[in-house]
Design a protein around this ligand. Structure first.
Ligand SMILES: *Cc1c(COP(=O)(O)O)cnc(C)c1O
Length: 462
């Protein structure tokens, strides 16, 4: 399988080189040159497979010619060996029309573990077989950094540095990152906000000399391996449903950077019969506005109870736009140019009709998010985290009586207790989270000053 850029100006390359490149050198995003299609008969054969077995089947289509099956198998079983649920991503029945797919049984209690546990193994494998030096650098508003650090801590051949805004991530997120004491991990706690961190990272990656000299690698969700790892649980969710419920199946996804929902779009293109793909967002509703009006326009930033979806630009959106434009890289480049120069792009007519056939979307208000948490706790005894609650609100809006919906639980409620506490609900922390409060923290607090951060990096990467 070869991979190409959405903007068409990068030579086709294999899976491992695609992972190493991250953002395409022409500014685009990497996509498979051709999406494999799974026949209904094949899908039927997959019904009895475990998460790990499904992962191997799906990845084989994408990595076959580069990663020997036994090597892949070893990585997959190691990656998911430390999940707290044997199903890895178990399906929980809430009522007659709603299931929740619990994606939070990994080490950091959020869905990003599913992709980043594997990515850690993969980077370590690449370091070994290719002799590549892997120096991961990233900025986080909370969940990505914690999951990435857990994915690579203690691994040979890899160092990771994560910038987070000092005092501006949730307490649990901060502890998950900073209580790790492996020597290959550096936490820089930056006096500033997430955008300050992100800006410095972008500048360092854009400095190709610096990037090359220090072997910088990215972990953000524009990396295709993260997208692909997530398609596995779309198949797993559908195949876990009892046969009688495999009628019209909707999937509702709490969305920010469009990574998770794009994995669903990919699964659908591969032949998974998803009826409606539902995009749930919060008050930062650029995606809802796009689906409803056709205008994609970054707006102003609003703080919400679901901070992992507080984004202004959905970085994976370009991948969807590429397919919407029938894989026409030139047309896509023109649209992205317009977004850059005009600050917005618009689709209408037949294109907008296709967008609306592909997705339903709802931006959930803060008050409604808390109402949904209270309602489901009362009626079903099931506690939703605020991100998941947005997904459940969107299911309520879009699901018809003869349809079954699966709402994705992207985080464990304990991770966002600050918001849950506002509903009056008191929760007990799972033991691994409670234990974090007793551990010493390891972080270096720095100004949001690029020169100082570069000094730290040079000393760390060596
Ligand atoms: C990252 C995150 C999201 C958003 O996922 P995207 O792939 O960026 O759309 C939603 N919920 C939680 C809890 C997250 O950590």
């Amino acid at each position: 399988m070869e991979y190409i850029s959405t903007r068409g100006k990068v030579a086709a390359r294999g899976f491992i080189d695609t992972v190493l490149m991250g953002l395409a050198d022409d500014g685009g995003l990497m996509v498979p040159a051709e999406i494999p299609v799974i026949s209904p008969e094949k899908l039927e054969e997959w019904r009895s497979l475990s998460f790990q077995e499904l992962f191997l089947e799906i990845f084989s289509y994408y990595t076959n010619d580069e990663i020997p099956y036994d090597d892949l198998k070893k990585m997959v079983y190691t990656s998911y060996g430390n999940f707290r649920a044997p199903e890895v991503t178990p399906l929980h029945r809430v009522n007659d029309s709603l299931y929740v797919l619990e994606l939070f049984h990994g080490p950091t209690f959020a869905f990003k573990d599913v992709a980043l546990q594997f990515m850690g193994e993969l980077y370590s494998y690449i370091a070994k077989v290719r002799g590549e030096i892997i120096h991961i650098l990233g900025a986080t508003s909370g969940d990505t950094g914690a999951a990435a650090i857990q994915g690579v801590r203690g691994k040979e051949g890899i160092k990771i540095c994560i910038l987070h805004p000092h005092g501006k991530v949730s307490k649990v997120q901060e502890l998950q990152m900073t209580t790790v004491d492996d020597s290959n991990v550096l936490n820089l706690s930056v006096e500033g906000n997430f955008d300050d961190c992100q800006k410095i990272i972008k500048e360092l990656f854009a400095d190709l000399d610096f990037k090359g000299r220090y072997h910088l690698r990215a972990i953000n969700s524009i990396n295709f391996v993260r997208i692909l790892a997530q398609t596995v649980y779309y198949f797993h969710a559908y195949l876990q449903l009892p046969g009688s419920d495999q009628k019209k199946v909707n999937i509702s996804v709490p969305s920010g950077n469009f990574g998770n929902i794009f994995s669903g779009f990919l699964a659908q293109r591969m032949g998974l019969p998803i009826h409606k793909l539902i995009i749930a967002t919060n008050e930062n509703n650029i995606l809802e506005r796009f689906v409803v009006t056709g205008e994609y326009k970054p707006g102003s930033f609003t703080g919400t109870y679901s901070p992992s979806m507080d984004i202004q630009v959905a970085s994976n959106f370009e991948r969807y736009l590429y397919y919407l434009l029938d894989e026409d890289a030139e047309k896509l480049s023109r649209y992205m140019g317009t977004l850059q120069s005009e600050g917005a792009i618009t689709v209408d007519g037949e294109l907008l009709a296709r967008v609306q056939a592909d997705f339903s979307a709802l931006g959930v208000k803060n008050a409604q998010c808390l109402e949904i948490i209270s309602k489901y706790q009362q009626e079903s005894g099931y506690l939703l985290d605020p991100h998941t609650a947005c997904g459940v609100a969107a299911y309520e809006k879009f699901s018809a009586p003869d349809e079954i919906s699966i709402a994705y639980a992207t985080a464990h409620p304990a991770k966002f207790d600050e918001a849950i506490a506002l509903t009056g609900i008191k929760q007990e922390f799972p033991a691994p989270i409670a234990a974090l409060f007793e551990l010493p923290q390891h972080q270096v607090v720095v100004d949001h000053d690029k020169a100082e951060i570069v000094r730290q990096l040079v000393a760390f990467y060596g």
